[in-house]
Design a protein around this ligand. Structure first.
Ligand code: EPU
Length: 421
């Protein structure tokens, strides 16, 4: 287990680049399994979650070649594999392999993709959606087996309605239904996160016919989708994390290679709080704002405030003037990190598992902590940079899941951080 050691209160400045989106790239790697041949993805971050999905797919005979941020995926010799259940359990996103593998092989057996620190993470919405498309699902306590229907009547239209919006649920059905010849599928109450829209663009480049109108996605299924070359969108959560880092440490920081529109809900909050920023094409300049005001955060599905930026926002609110509120509406247990910020000196009132009040500004002091999950880990990194003294963060691997070589990038803007193995 590696750890990060941070000396806080350094002045940060300069430029930091945002890499490709984890939650888009993983789905496109899964999507490459829909067809036989070589797909090339550009702007793929070199992070643990991507390495894990690659290792899982190697069990299926998929071959990978990485050159920097370009990943070649060769599915020519792909067969039905039997992935290591432990590995599948470690990465929630492995559930999106069901759609492409079912489409390509007619059946797929996967171990339970597991839960995590942020909540129980069931897959009932995925199962119900596949059943709506006449897929047979056999479930026991170790694995799920999905079997595609054999004789589908021609030109059928099926409807999948999500009773609760699910990002990977929507993506799984998109991946499966795009490749169903002569079958049309309409997804209602679909997720329309930018990563879902980027996956749709990827599939359309491969020849799929998909239309999006508000929360309805219509798919005209076609065989003969073909391998493509595609550039993954920038990671909006990484971009938001860096913007919050700049504001929380009261730094002047230019964040490069992002899509400003994807950050609208965060930047709307910044405006109200009095955090100064400037947008230029695909960069965002956060200016030193000595004082900023408290605010309320309510997480929700896109375009509302993203749950993945809620923990980083939590550390920012410890530095705001006055009483802020956080309400987490997506996951059941995503406020645990606040107990750690409290140990550093933050003034927190944890009302229940989904709501908290934060009073600022608070003086934070460095201590030893464990990173609980990916976004909580990134939050502790920011907390360590805000705090006085030394902060030690165990389980650095949780942060490596989603942020590539984060210590090198932070060092380049003036942070004092080292990784200890
Ligand atoms: N849900 C169910 N049943 C299901 C699926 C989801 O009850 O079958 C519930 C979840 O428990 C949650 C809500 O529905 O309460 C929404 O979950 P969703 O399915 O949208 O989440 P996800 O697809 O599993 C993706 C991202 C998460 C991100 C969420 C919300 C990937 C691999 N993961 O998860 O990213 O927080 O959407 O935007 O795309 C992260 O990157 O740190 C991360 C956790």
């Amino acid at each position: 287990m590696a750890k990060f050691i941070i000396e806080g209160k350094q002045k940060l400045s300069g430029e930091i680049e945002v890499y490709g989106a984890k939650n888009a790239a993983i789905k496109m790697i899964a999507g490459a399994c829909l067809f036989s041949g070589k797909t090339v993805l550009e702007n793929v971050p070199d992070i643990l979650d991507i390495q894990k999905i690659i290792t899982i797919l190697e069990f299926f005979g998929v071959r990978f070649l990485r050159n920097g941020h370009t990943l070649e995926i060769d599915t020519s010799n792909m067969t039905l594999g039997d992935p290591d259940p432990k590995l599948v359990g470690e990465i929630r996103a492995s559930i999106v392999l069901v759609g492409p593998l079912l489409s390509r092989f007619g059946k797929v057996k996967i171990p339970h993709p597991g839960g995590c620190m942020i909540g129980s993470r069931p897959i009932d919405l995925h199962i119900k959606a596949f059943k709506d498309l006449s897929v047979k699902v056999i479930e026991n306590n170790k694995f799920y087996q999905f079997e595609a229907p054999v004789n589908l009547s021609e030109n059928k239209t099926s409807q999948v309605n999500f009773k609760k919006i699910s990002v990977t649920g929507t993506e799984n059905i998109l991946l499966y239904a795009s490749n169903l010849e002569n079958q049309d599928t309409i997804i209602t109450n679909a997720a329309i996160e930018p990563e879902v829209i980027d996956l749709i663009k990827f599939l359309k480049t491969a020849g799929a016919e998909i239309a999006v109108s508000k929360r309805e996605i219509s798919i005209k299924g076609k065989k003969n989708l073909s391998p493509v070359r595609y550039r993954v969108m920038p990671d909006r959560i990484e971009a938001g994390t860096f913007a919050i880092l700049a504001a929380a440490t009261k730094s002047d920081l230019k964040i490069l290679n992002l899509v400003p529109n994807h950050l609208e809900s965060l930047l709307d909050k910044f405006k109200i709080m009095g955090i100064q920023f400037e947008i230029n094409d695909n960069s965002l300049y956060i200016k030193t704002s000595p004082d900023f005001q408290a605010i309320s955060i309510n997480t929700g599905e896109y375009p509302d405030f993203p749950t993945d930026l809620q923990p980083p926002m939590g550390i920012l609110l410890t530095q705001a003037q006055g009483r802020s509120m956080i309400k987490e509406n997506i996951f059941d247990h995503r406020l645990e990190y606040l107990k750690q910020l409290e140990k550093m000196g933050a003034k927190i009132d944890l009302i229940d598992t989904k709501q908290a009040e934060i009073t600022g500004p608070a003086k934070l002091s460095g201590i030893k902590l464990d990173s609980l999950d990916l976004r909580a880990g990134a939050t502790l990194l920011i907390a360590g940079l805000v705090a006085s003294g030394t902060t030690e963060i165990n389980n650095a691997e949780n942060i490596d899941r989603g942020y590539e070589k984060i210590e090198d990038r932070l060092k380049r803007i003036g942070a004092k951080i080292k990784r200890v193995l």
